[in-house]
Design a protein around this ligand. Structure first.
Ligand code: HEM
Length: 153
């Protein structure tokens, strides 16, 4: 287990990133941009699905915000994987990091479940869409808080 983590953090890319004055902060910024797009996109849609702003058409909101959130998730995963590679063994031993990966998986599977409702069918999905929205909010906010805690513990 630790061998592949060590191999990962000694790859040329990981070493270059870890030793670079500019690249690491830029990748970190890309990770945070991804997080901002993900959380900023999905939370308003989730709140609409649990009953806020009922006068706003949910299909229109979903058409815009799902794309924003999916792009953010893609960027966060990509940049997150690069950050992980710089200190793979240390992160893999952190309970906060492992808990974060757990909630990212829950959030990801939950988001895939939500794709069974195309935007125009979301308004008919009722409490099932609301339940998926609650799991979504809890998992992405937990990922955000745990991600921040990794740097402190
Ligand atoms: C496969 C997915 C992901 C991986 C591998 C990953 C990995 C990482 C790593 C290695 C760090 C640096 C931790 C440190 O030393 O301070 C980090 C920071 C962070 N991550 Fe992720 N991450 C992922 C997805 C996410 C998601 C989905 C969120 C939020 C919804 C998130 C939120 C954060 C936050 C808030 C930070 C702290 C940034 C800072 O304080 O500069 N991450 N992540």
């Amino acid at each position: 287990m630790t061998e592949w983590l060590h191999a990962l953090e000694t790859t040329a890319l990981a070493v270059a990133l870890r030793d670079s004055v500019w690249a690491y902060p830029l990748v970190n910024a890309a990770h945070l941009l991804g997080v901002a797009l993900l959380v900023g996109g999905i939370v308003p849609l989730d709140l609409r699905l649990v009953g806020f702003w009922r006068t706003v058409p949910v299909a229109d909101l979903a058409r815009v915000l799902r794309g924003v959130a999916a792009s953010g998730l893609f960027l966060a995963l990509l940049a997150g994987a690069l950050l992980f590679a710089t200190r793979a063994a240390e992160y893999a031993a952190s309970p906060y990091f492992l808990a974060k990966m757990g909630v990212v998986c829950v959030g990801g599977v939950n988001a895939l479940l939500a794709t069974r409702w195309p935007p125009e069918r979301l308004s008919k999905a009722g409490y099932r869409a609301a339940a998926v929205a609650v799991v979504s909010i809890l998992s992405w906010i937990s990922a955000l808080v745990l991600g921040r805690l990794v740097g402190y513990f």
